[in-house]
Design a protein around this ligand. Structure first.
Ligand code: DOR
Length: 431
């Protein structure tokens, strides 16, 4: 059942005079100062910024296989609370999402939970082993209609396999999302390759391991006339390569994670594995270059790489710990802290990097839409002035591995609507 809801006093994209927004039958029915709201549930949204619902191109929901870290239900709750209305669930589950049965299972379970549109990402290679292509076509034709493929967590390192994947993806109207990491250059790597890693005695993870693959794949995308998406860009050099590739007409898009915008390698001095992530936290100069590249549009969007891990996989020595950190419920606040407060992005820019561009890259016709009458009421209301203190135990994820524990961050998601239904409000899931 859909309700009629009047959101009173919102500011679309944070600009202009406050207006009322009427939601009826899942759509934005009216927007203005004298909206007729007979019979509507009225929500006082005075001072809140309205944005299209956020779209995350990079989420690990861990189901099937690691339900001790996250499930589709708990991950969807975290997503809704974080302002997301669509997420792309990465394929490195157990079993791997490399066939129609697994992707359909994830898709169906997402629909049952119903808090966010869950789009399974299909693996590029069977078992993520990088040896032979998975059945991309059968995943594309399944009920899940997969349009994004990735071996995320692993790089498609073999250039011939990557070429073939790009060729097939074009025929399927899909995009290949590459985890750019030349495996020979990161053997045993534990921390960004630099003076700090040497001092800490950790094997270096050089920037060129990422940059070499991104450069190669941009050339392959041009050669095959295919679309390439680069996952979790982490170095200034990668941003330079993307700038060149885009200027020369390569069909490439790219994402940056919130943690690579906010945190740098200095966090590693405590040896707390909560800071271990792939790609690693980089030098402060990289962090600054990533912010600038996102502001400029060289990096298209923010994607969380939300990576929940069970305590036994994180609360151990550095070398044994799994890489990854939670991200869904903190992404907006990190974007406010790193991009909005320093004046690098206004709220229209936030809509671009969290909603519009990711929806375009993934080809979602009903997400990232303008806030106009007749459009789906799929939106997020943000309190731009609020601050909150992150507590891992209070987040919706089963795992608690947030690197922002105890940090006070600006900007808070107040309400999320998916096609006119309230999926999160005031820190609670559902209506
Ligand atoms: O830190 C990461 N964790 N990076 C990845 O690419 C994979 C992810 C995971 O699955 O835990």
């Amino acid at each position: 059942m859909t309700m009629t809801i009047l959101l009173r006093g919102i500011r679309p994209y944070g600009a202009g005079e406050p207006v009322d927004l009427l939601v009826r039958d899942g759509l934005i029915a009216a927007l203005g100062s004298d909206v007729d709201a007979d019979g509507a549930e009225v929500i006082d949204a005075g001072g809140l910024v309205a944005l299209p619902g956020f779209v995350d191109l990079h989420t690990h929901l861990r189901e099937p296989g690691r339900e001790d870290a996250e499930t589709i239900a708990t991950g969807s709750a975290a997503a809704a609370l974080g302002g997301y209305t669509a997420v792309f669930a990465m394929a490195n589950t157990d079993p791997v999402a490399d066939n129609a049965v697994v992707v359909e299972h994830v898709w169906r379970r997402g629909r049952e939970v119903g808090l966010v549109d869950v789009h399974p990402v299909g693996a590029v290679t069977v078992g993520l082993r990088g040896e032979r292509l998975a059945e991309l076509g059968s995943m594309a034709r399944s009920a899940a209609a997969v349009r994004m493929f990735s071996d995320d967590g692993h790089c498609v390192a073999d250039p011939l396999l990557m070429r073939r994947a790009l060729e097939y993806s074009t025929a399927l109207g899909a995009v290949i999302a590459q985890h750019a990491e030349e495996p020979r250059l990161t053997e045993g790597a534990q921390a960004h390759d630099g003076e700090l890693a040497a001092r800490l005695g950790l094997t270096g993870w050089p920037a060129v391991a990422e940059e070499a693959i991104v450069a190669r794949d941009c050339l392959l995308a041009r050669y095959t006339a295919a679309r390439l998406h680069v996952c979790h860009v982490s170095t200034a050099g990668t941003a330079e390569i993307l700038r060149w590739a885009k200027a020369s007409g390569v069909s490439v898009s790219a994402e940056v994670t919130p943690h690579h915008l906010l945190l740098d390698e200095e966090r590693l001095t405590t040896f707390d594995p909560v800071n271990k992530v792939n790609p690693p936290l980089r030098a402060l100069s990289d962090t600054k270059a990533l912010r600038a590249a996102l502001a400029e549009g060289v990096i298209d969007c923010v994607a969380t790489d939300h990576a929940p891990h069970a305590p036994q996989d994180k609360d151990c020595e550095w070398a044994a710990a799994r890489p990854g950190m939670l991200g869904l419920q903190t992404a907006l606040s990190v974007v406010v802290a790193t991009m909005v407060r320093p004046g690098l992005l206004d709220w229209r820019g936030v809509a671009r990097v969290l909603s519009e561009r990711p929806a375009e890259i993934a080809g979602l016709p009903d997400q990232g839409r303008p806030l106009e009458p007749g459009e789906p009421a799929t939106l997020t209301l943000v309190d731009p002035d609020a601050t909150w203190t992150v507590r891992g135990a209070a987040l919706a994820s089963i795992a608690g591995n947030t690197p922002y524990e105890g940090m006070t961050l600006p900007g808070r998601v107040v309400t999320t609507l998916l096609r006119g239904r309230i999926t999160a409000h005031d820190g609670k899931v559902g209506e």
